[in-house]
Structures are given as C-alpha cells and as structure tokens.
Ligand binder design. Structure first.
Ligand code: DAH
Length: 337
C-alpha cells in the first residue's frame, strides 16, 4: 500500500493535463484499478483477525487519500488548461433569443382607447376597485331601494365596502377632485355577482367617459362617439341613439353602431342592422350636484364603453371566459408589442 501511494504521488506530480489525471484515476480507482482490486488479489487466509481489520482500515485510508489527491490534481489541471474540447466561441451562431411576453387583448384595446381619447384632449384617470356604496350608487342617483341595483349585484366586503360594479363610480369622485370643466376617461376593472357563461363574467373591464363644461349637448356626445368608433374600427361608421334608462343620465341613450359586417342590411351577427354598443347620456343634474358642480351653469355627457366586449368584437373572441383563464396559448396569439 505504501508503494502504491508513493507511485500515485509521483504519477500525479508528472501529470500535465486533466486527461493525464483522468488516466491516473482510472488506473488507480477505476473499476479494475489497482487500489480497487487490491483486496481481491490478497490471500487473507494467512491473516489473523486483527491483521484483516488493520488491512481494511489501511485500504480505506489509501482509497480516501487517492480520491482526494486525484480530485485536487484534476482541479488544478482544469484551472491551468481549460478543457481543450470546449468549442471555441462561434460568432456565427444564432443568438439565444429572449422570450417576450405578450400584452393581453384587453390591455391592447385599453391602450388604443386611451390613445384615441388623449388625442381628443381627454385625461386618463383611475379610481379604486374597492369602492363605497355611495360613489357606486347613491352619488349616481341610484338610491338604496332602486330596482336598478338589482342588475348590479356585487361582492360585499366585511367593512361594508363593495367591489365596484361599473366605472361610473369614478364620475362623482372625479368631479369632486377636479371640478369643471373636465374631460376624462376612466378605464378599469369591474365586478358583478354573475353566473359565468360565454358572455358573462364576474370580472370584466369598462371604460367610462365624462365631459362636463358649459353648453355641452347631445351633439357633442354624438361627435365624440363617432370619432371614437371610426378610429377603433378604422373606417367611417354610422351610429344612432335610442332612448335608454340609467338613473345618472337624463336623457339616457343606447348608442347603436351600424353593423360593419352587413352594412346595416341585417345579418346573423346584428339581427336588424344595428349593434347595441355604448350606453350614454347627458349627466343628470343630481350627479353634478353630488360632485359640487352647479347644474345651472354646467352640463355634460357620460358614456360607459364595455371594454371587454369591445376587445371581444375587435379580436373575434367568442368566449369571455378565455380572457381571465390565464392560458398562455390564448394570450400569446395577441403578441403585439
Ligand atoms: N355604468 C353603466 C353600466 O355599467 C353603463 C353606463 C350607462 C355608463 C350610461 C354611462 C352612462 O356613463 O351614461 O351598466
């Protein structure tokens, strides 16, 4: 054993490369290495039990010594001469590539709307998703027992706040904060206690708009809506107003878009040639008063764009549930950055 140890030390001292060290390892510690097979080649019948024990101890010491010495030598050889087989830097190889995320179709639609509105001089504002009943309902002229509340059941928090059912909750907040004149949109997430199906979700997005100034009329409302829709759909559009009831506007309307698929003749998508698109109206004097605005001096209009619905129309998404499902295969189809 002493002899093997000395030979090993000499061999390692002479080793010039990692490959040399590897050869030495195989020679001493490999499956058929001289240390590995040492016990096999020994005739133990001549040994007393004490001698056998000593042999075992020494052999283990030798193995440990060899393993350590070889490892050290191979580290040194590796540091001194890095593996010659490593490929040289290939400057022509294609890059590793960086994977980019994709913007969600709702984000894309929202960004587009923000751009269009900013082009018309609107500010883009945000308000809280956790809202008080006051801003969500009372300030919008929807008293506690009003049947309009039935359509907007929502999630209640223990502290009596609620998850807002519409972005209209921002109207009075904004008036109180900025006063008149004001021209703003508030895109954001809304919640309702809904049975979920292909066209209903408990979580969805709207983009509210509010304009308050002197002499604002329905004509201003129509002009803004037409400009908006022409830009979103990138062509001239026809719209019409039908009466619609919302407690916070007077008069209130449903703005319909002349169907872009059939040109208004009537088809399976629109039915009679018109698509109900944007509820809107002139801001109710009561709402202005809640916002600290004098309704004898100022008037305004408001509208609530279904951002989720618009994104679905724009991108041909048939099932609203795909939007929140978090399936990357869905999201990546809209990878426009
Ligand atoms: N907040 C209403 C809803 O979610 C939509 C709406 C209707 C908004 C009329 C408006 C409006 O600003 O004028 O059902």
């Amino acid at each position: 054993m002493q002899e093997i140890k000395e030979r090993l030390e000499r061999d390692l001292a002479n080793a010039k490369s990692a490959a040399d060290v590897e050869q030495i390892r195989v020679h001493y510690l490999g499956r058929k290495g001289c240390i590995t097979t040492l016990a096999k080649g020994t005739d133990f019948s001549r040994f007393s039990p004490e001698e056998k024990k000593q042999f075992g101890i020494r052999l283990n010491q030798l193995k440990n010594f060899a393993a350590e010495a070889i490892q050290k030598a191979s580290q040194q050889a590796g540091a001194a001469a890095p593996n010659k087989k490593a490929p040289a830097l290939d400057l022509t190889a294609p890059g590793a590539g960086r994977r980019l995320g994709a913007l969600h179709p709702i984000t894309l639609t929202q960004m587009e709307l923000e751009d269009i509105f900013q082009g018309m001089g609107f500010s883009v504002l945000a308000g809280p998703e956790v809202e008080s009943e006051y801003f969500c309902f009372e300030a919008l002229n929807i008293p506690h027992d009003h049947p309009a509340r039935d359509m907007q059941d929502t999630f209640w928090l223990k502290n009596n706040l609620i998850l807002r059912t519409h972005t209209s909750a921002n109207q009075v907040r904004t008036l109180l904060r900025f006063g008149a004149p004001i021209r703003a949109v508030f895109p954001g997430r809304c919640f309702r206690y809904e049975a979920v199906d292909p066209s209903h979700e408990n979580t969805f997005y709207q983009c509210e708009g509010l304009v308050v100034d002197e002499n604002i009329s329905v004509a201003n409302l129509i002009a803004v809506m037409k400009t908006l829709l022409s830009e979103v759909f990138r062509r001239d559009v026809k719209v019409r107003l039908r009466p619609g009831f919302f407690p916070f506007v007077e008069p209130g309307f449903e703005l319909d878009l002349n169907c872009l698929l059939c040109g208004g003749k009537g088809c399976s998508t629109c039915g009679d040639g018109w698509i109900e698109l944007i509820p809107c109206g002139l801001v109710h004097p009561e709402v202005l008063r809640h916002g600290g605005i004098d309704p004898t001096r100022y008037s305004g209009f408001a509208f609530g764009i279904g951002l989720t619905r618009l994104a679905m129309m724009k991108y041909g998404i048939r099932d609203i549930r795909s939007l929140n499902a978090g399936d990357l295969r869905f999201n990546k189809q809209f990878a426009v950055l």
